[in-house]
Write a protein that binds this ligand. Structure first.
Ligand code: FAD
Length: 570
């Protein structure tokens, strides 16, 4: 195992290599079994407001200080789409286990209200769907949905050749479900940078052999692992013993008739979670599973005459696979923002009607200055992020429509959305819950779903890893620009100054990994501090936009029970 880890380490960018020692020790803890059946309780204070009536006011959706992006014309009626989409997901809050939840997704896929290909043809619709799910409650279905539409189907859209893409129509018509198998137990938040699962080309059989070489390489946390019949798996493609790095393979996980796992595939439940138990998450092992030649998604690379060949101009690399994570990052950032905002809206409505006692008699909770301050600051911060994020989405939508790869600045801006939207959502929701008394403890308030924000933090690019990347790229720019330019820029600019100082502290380590690891640990605050300055620059200078829909609070109380015997129902 040490040998394989060492080779995986060699593929890591230098900046991340120091983390591998910690990774060698990392083993995901199974979440302790939680209460499987809870008592149903309802808030004793005012009844929950009517769903659908709490709409954001323009007061809080301010982009007045920003340059607005010229948004491309939206080619669909978003009100009709909203109505239709919401009608198909109306049962989500009651679908409390993976069997019910996956059945809803199958039906939704079949309706074609959102097509897999909308990611390219009507990307605004794709992102809107993610935001709409947040308005009814960001739960496990949101993850299931984005895995299906973005990671699974999106990978086929992005990485398959035209003939292979044709399969999407059939998958949609049949309402089939697909996993995205990237993360490995050993890799954790560095998923994609460490891929030890192998896919060996076998010339004799003219097929690939997919294999999990050790337990640490088992695919981990795979959403829909118990319910999907299909998957896109990322494995190190090897031809004649030569590694060509991570590639994507389409595969059948289960027999579509019997839903039995295919030969050589073993799964294990990740266990009960604090939230989102309507989503099944599996650890998956492959024991010399045979995949046909056509399984390799071959837009960028293929096997010809038993040799590995590059197809077209672009070389296949993890960044190409990462394009799917880019749309996912954007979608998750938006979903977290909207979830935080509707939670504030619902709580504010409660606070207006909730009576407290002051020195001079009764008053509403919402009139308390500390809560008012939290609400005002939250709306201001959330709306600032919405304007920035909508502007970034506009830029990304252009790339999706045109089939182009986002440039470095856009990639950074998307990372900033992911880091900051989730951070703002987590911080503001926490501040809010501290000021509303017992209400924040109650089910049906929306606070029961707050752990979903944590899930957003490490999914599709962990915030810390993204921050490291922002800093690494900034330091590269310092090195490329030369010392003279860096010193000149540092005179007037705090970001340039911090970058120059940090570069000087890390420079003595050179290419010595051990020294670099020590230097990075010693300077960790500066590393994340520089990332924060970069984030602030993007938010300050980025072109702003507006989402196409008003924010409507439709939070439906998440069910308090889930059937622990759900596997029997699949
Ligand atoms: C509900 C759910 C659904 C998921 N669905 C899928 C899926 O469908 N497909 C899939 O492929 N994956 C999936 N994942 C995996 C997910 O995308 C992450 O890759 C995974 O959760 C990260 O591993 P970990 O949580 O064990 O974190 P760890 O890697 O153990 O990290 C723990 C903490 O340490 C920090 N840390 C770790 N390494 C470093 C480092 N080098 N530098 C700085 N900080 C570090 C992190 O910030 C984090 O806070 C899912 C995860 C969850 C929870």
């Amino acid at each position: 195992m040490f040998r394989t880890l060492a080779s995986a380490r060699a593929r890591l960018p230098a900046f991340n290599r120091n983390a591998t020692a910690a990774l060698a020790l990392a083993r995901p803890a199974t979440v302790a079994a939680l209460h499987q059946h809870h008592q149903r309780t309802t808030p004793t204070s005012p009844p929950p407001p009517q769903h659908g009536k709490n709409v954001t006011s323009t007061r809080y959706f301010s982009t007045s200080t920003s340059v607005l992006a010229a948004s491309p014309p939206v080619t669909f009626d978003h009100e009709t789409f909203t109505e239709e989409f919401l009608s198909h997901v109306k049962d989500v809050p009651n679908a409390t286990d993976p069997a019910q939840s996956s059945a809803i997704l199958r039906r939704l896929v079949k309706t074609g209200v959102l097509k897999f290909t909308d990611m390219e043809d009507a990307p605004e619709k794709f992102f809107l769907a993610h935001r709409l799910l947040s308005t009814i409650g960001l739960g496990g279905f949101g993850v299931r949905f984005t895995v299906q539409f973005n990671l699974f189907a999106g990978s086929i859209i992005g990485l398959a050749s035209d003939p292979q893409r044709a399969m999407l129509d059939e998958i949609q018509e049949k309402g089939q479900l697909g996993c995205f198998l990237l993360t490995e137990m050993q890799a954790g938040v560095l998923s994609g940078l460490i891929v030890e699962t192998t896919a060996d080309w076998c010339p004799e059989q003219q097929q690939f052999i997919l294999h999990t070489p050790n337990d640490a390489a088992a695919k981990n946390w795979i959403s829909q692992g118990y319910t999907a019949e299909l998957g896109v798996v990322i494995a190190d493609l090897r031809v004649a013993g030569v590694s060509h790095g991570p590639h994507a393979f389409f595969m059948q996980l289960r027999d579509t008739e019997t839903m039995e796992l295919m030969d050589g595939i073993r799964i294990e439940d990740m266990g009960d979670k604090t939230v989102a138990n309507d989503l099944d998450n599996a650890r998956v092992w492959f024991d010399k599973v045979k995949l046909p030649k056509a399984a390799l998604l071959n837009k960028f690379a293929d096997i010809q005459d038993d040799a590995y060949v590059q197809v077209g101009e672009e070389r296949m690399r993890i960044e190409v696979i990462g394009q799917r994570l880019m749309t996912g990052r954007q979608a998750i950032a938006e979903a977290a923002l909207i979830a935080a905002r509707v939670l504030h809206m619902k709580t504010e409505e409660y606070a207006v009607r909730k009576t407290c006692n002051g020195l001079d008699g009764e008053r509403s909770l919402s009139s308390m200055p500390q809560l008012r301050a939290v609400l005002d600051e939250s709306y201001a911060e959330l709306d600032e992020m919405m304007a920035f994020t909508a502007g970034v989405e506009d830029r990304l939508n252009t790339c999706l429509r045109e089939g182009t790869i986002p440039d470095a600045d856009l990639v950074d801006a998307i990372a900033v959305c992911k880091i900051r939207c989730i951070d703002v959502a987590v911080q503001r929701v926490h501040k809010l819950r501290l000021e509303v008394g017992s209400y924040a403890l109650m089910h049906g308030t929306g606070f029961e779903l707050v752990d979903m924000f944590l899930c957003c933090k490490f999914a599709e690019g962990d915030s810390r890893i993204l921050q490291q990347k922002l800093t690494r790229d900034r330091l590269k720019a310092v090195a490329k620009g030369g010392a003279g330019a860096a010193v000149a820029a540092a005179v007037f600019d705090a970001e340039a100054r911090t970058a120059l100082l940090l570069a000087s502290k890390l420079k003595p380590a050179g290419r010595d990994l051990k020294k670099m690891a020590v230097a990075m640990d010693e300077n960790w605050r500066s590393i994340y501090g520089l990332a924060e300055l970069i984030e602030e620059r993007h938010i300050r200078d980025g072109v702003k936009g507006q989402f196409i829909e008003p924010v409507v609070e439709r939070l439906v109380p998440a069910s308090l029970e889930f059937d622990s015997d759900w596997k029997e129902k699949i």
